[in-house]
Design a protein around this ligand. Structure first.
Ligand SMILES: *Cc1c(COP(=O)(O)O)cnc(C)c1O
Length: 356
């Protein structure tokens, strides 16, 4: 029987090994283990060590657990910003992040840019009251990415500001140069191929120093409390132990990020090549330098999209819906590591059969 394959960009295709790993967690007694126990602490320590190794996270960066990427939006404003952050965004997720920041600090600044344009770093002006620059590395709603070169350029132009990067739909899928920014975060239901309910937040020494300097401890998940507990591989509250265990399994079993990156990049090039042969569907973003490698936004006539989505589900393929304003005019294809290569073969065959 053909397995159902999901191309939704979150929640997304989970690894086929998930049921086996859940069973293993149960058999180990981890699911009933106290989160102050040595079993939990060593499992947590190993998960972080494997993540650091596989993703090439610098040794002096901290890795912390939250409940979601959304929670990271709040933690950043609460614990790393006193007054104002500036939000550079071209799509719905970056804009949402700005909304959360503004709720906490009304002086937060929005700097929207067109999804078909690169961030004009040279023209960027930032007031002296701004403490942090917020970027969405992979804008899941419109399938664009901000490349590392641009982040580097921003860092060079504003060396005294903290930089925080939302990598929710790219962390674990493509290489990041973590030295270029201070906070990188994501959640596990995208490129880690796991069920939702866990966020990962990666902090530079500079971010940790800022949290200490601000000393904010008003929230159950203030970064300072998270950092202090994590010195013992513990959390403030009873965490998603199963989620951390599953993330540890993915980290232990995944290829080093350079290999994963190459596999994802090859599939991206291959699918773009495929799209050039189709007349009824095309990529939403023309400039290749702006295209995401992990989320492909595909434009088509709304009637074709409706038809394709329902026919795909008969073939046990789930095409991702368009997001927000792009709901009717696009569908999305997640190019996440847990989607098997065979899934893309099936997708192309399906599209060949249903399009001219
Ligand atoms: C999915 C997503 C989020 C939200 O993730 P949650 O785990 O639901 O909080 C935030 N930012 C981006 C870019 C996303 O793709």
């Amino acid at each position: 029987m053909k397995q159902r394959i999901s191309f939704y960009p979150g929640p997304s295709q989970v690894y086929a090994e998930v049921p086996i790993w859940v069973q293993e967690a149960y058999d180990l007694g981890l699911l009933s283990a106290n989160h102050r126990s040595s079993e939990f602490m060593s499992m947590c320590e190993k998960t972080i060590a494997d993540l650091k190794e596989k993703l090439e996270i610098p040794a002096n960066y901290g890795v912390y657990f939250t409940s979601s990427a959304t929670e990271c939006w709040e933690i950043i404003s609460q614990s790393l910003v006193r007054r104002s952050s500036i939000h550079l965004f071209s799509g719905a997720f970056g804009e949402k992040w700005y909304g959360y920041a503004r709720n906490i600090h009304p002086e937060s600044i929005a700097h929207p840019f067109d999804m078909n344009e690169r961030i004009a770093v040279d023209q960027l002006k930032i007031s002296k009251h701004t403490e942090l620059i917020a970027l969405t590395h992979n804008e899941t709603s419109n399938g664009t990415q901000v490349d590392m070169q641009t982040i580097k350029h921003i860092k060079e132009k504003f060396p005294e500001l903290l930089i925080a990067v939302d990598t929710t739909s790219s962390l674990g899928g493509v290489i990041m140069d973590f030295s270029l920014a201070d906070v990188w975060y994501g959640s596990v239901q995208k490129c880690f191929g796991l069920p939702a309910g866990l966020g990962v937040m990666i902090c530079s020494p500079r971010a940790k120093d800022r949290a200490l300097a601000i000393g904010e401890k008003k929230h159950y998940n203030s970064l300072l409390s998270i950092m202090q507990q994590m010195e013992n591989f513990q959390t403030n509250y009873t965490p998603n132990v199963l989620g951390i265990f599953l993330l540890g399994k993915v980290a232990a079993n995944m290829a080093p990020i350079r290999q994963t990156h190459d596999r994802i990049h090859k599939r991206y090039l291959d699918f773009n090549q495929y799209l050039t042969k189709k007349t009824e569907i095309h990529h939403l973003i023309k400039d290749k330098n702006l295209q995401s490698h992990t989320v492909f936004p595909i434009v088509a006539d709304p009637n074709i999209i409706l038809k394709l989505k329902s026919q795909a589900s008969e073939h046990k393929l789930a095409l991702g819906s368009g997001y927000g304003d792009l709901k009717a005019s696009t569908f999305r294809i997640a190019n996440f590591p847990a989607v098997p290569d065979e899934g893309f073969d099936r997708l192309k065959l399906f599209l060949d059969e249903h399009l001219s």
